[in-house]
Design a protein around this ligand. Structure first.
Ligand code: PEP
Ligand code: MG
Length: 315
């Protein structure tokens, strides 16, 4: 029985009629890669680099970051890896950075906004990433992007550092987690190599619900049709420029969410390793045409509850 389960976990997320979606894991540490692969991951769709900065007194220097990124690449042995640049701010505070107090940190200087203001954080991280890139495939992704200007500036920094180090080209992508980016996806797609949709933040910003609010967070349901429509806009905008779209927020690890996202046309789902078996089972039991129909119905619902009710009807 264990052998049977292990064999099932290794099967691809392919529908009965042959539509395949990549399944990746959200993994922050090289030591956790083996576990993710055993769970059935085909690569890592999100490495959150914040973990390197948390629970310590000083920032990791370029050498330490390089060693960790390189270890991650080596643990993956040629499989895909998306490393996300530092996403500090919002809910992730780091005392030793002495960042000014903000009344609304989720709407403040977080993610790429912080990186662009702090060369002392951006430079060592980009140098470490480009040095690591010599050891195997990886992509770099920037969090909390809001505007094309940010993308242009970050790409310029990346290219300058790449040339300084004589490093290989690396695909450069952005998180889609601010509604402005989802609605402008057709324009931004001309300037990025890929998108990865962060449904956790996209939901909190679309619904104006703090994702950690003690009373309201339960209502921040990523299956809300408003969120699904933003995802559809993202996929449509990306498709016009043949840009690859992954999803690395919590919705990707929910079997119904994964089914709808596949119907909406995303290429990859990246999730916590423990969610992989159920998502694969859900997609392998389906046909692509039922998923397309499910996505169409979900976009036409009035509420997240109505979207959830579709699971009962779906064959
Ligand atoms: C997200 O916002 O969906 C996401 C994947 O990033 P994080 O949860 O780290 O903010
Ligand atoms: Mg996020």
């Amino acid at each position: 029985r264990d052998a049977r389960q292990a064999a099932d976990r290794a099967l691809p997320a392919q529908t009965r009629d042959g539509h395949r979606v990549e399944i990746a894991a959200n993994v922050n540490r090289p030591e956790k890669v083996a576990e993710a692969l055993t769970a059935g991951a085909e690569g890592v769709g999100l490495m959150r680099t914040e973990f390197l900065f948390l629970e310590r007194d000083t920032a990791p220097d370029e050498e330490e970051q390089y060693a960790t990124y390189r270890a991650m690449i080596e643990a993956l042995q040629g499989r895909t890896l998306i490393i996300r640049a530092l996403d500090i701010g919002g809910d992730k505070q780091v005392p030793y950075l002495n960042l000014p107090h903000e009344e609304n940190p989720f709407l403040g200087v977080r993610g790429a906004r912080l990186q662009l203001r702090r060369p002392d954080l951006l430079e060592p991280q980009l140098r470490a990433l480009y040095r690591a890139a010599a050891h195997g495939p990886m992509s770099i992704m920037f969090p909390m992007i809001t505007s094309l200007d940010e993308v242009r500036t970050l790409r310029t920094h990346c290219e300058r550092i790449r040339q300084e180090l004589n490093a290989p080209q690396v695909p450069l992508g952005i998180m889609v987690e601010v509604p402005a980016v989802a609605t402008m996806a057709d324009r931004l797609a001309e300037h990025v190599d890929f998108f990865s949709i962060g449904t956790n933040d996209l939901t909190q910003y679309a619904l104006a619900i703090d994702r950690q609010h003690p009373e309201l967070a339960r209502e921040a349901d990523s299956l809300h049709p408003a969120v699904l429509r933003l995802i559809q806009q993202t996929v449509d905008g990306a498709r016009r420029h043949q840009v690859w779209v992954g999803v690395c927020g919590g919705l990707a690890g929910d079997p119904l969410g994964a089914a709808i996202l596949t119907g909406l046309g995303v290429h990859e789902l990246s999730m916590s390793p423990r969610d992989i078996p159920a998502v694969k089972a859900r997609l392998r039991a389906a046909t692509h045409s039922t998923l397309l129909e499910l996505a169409r119905q979900a976009l036409d619902c009035d509420s997240a509850a109505d979207v959830r009710a579709l699971e009962g009807d779906a064959a």
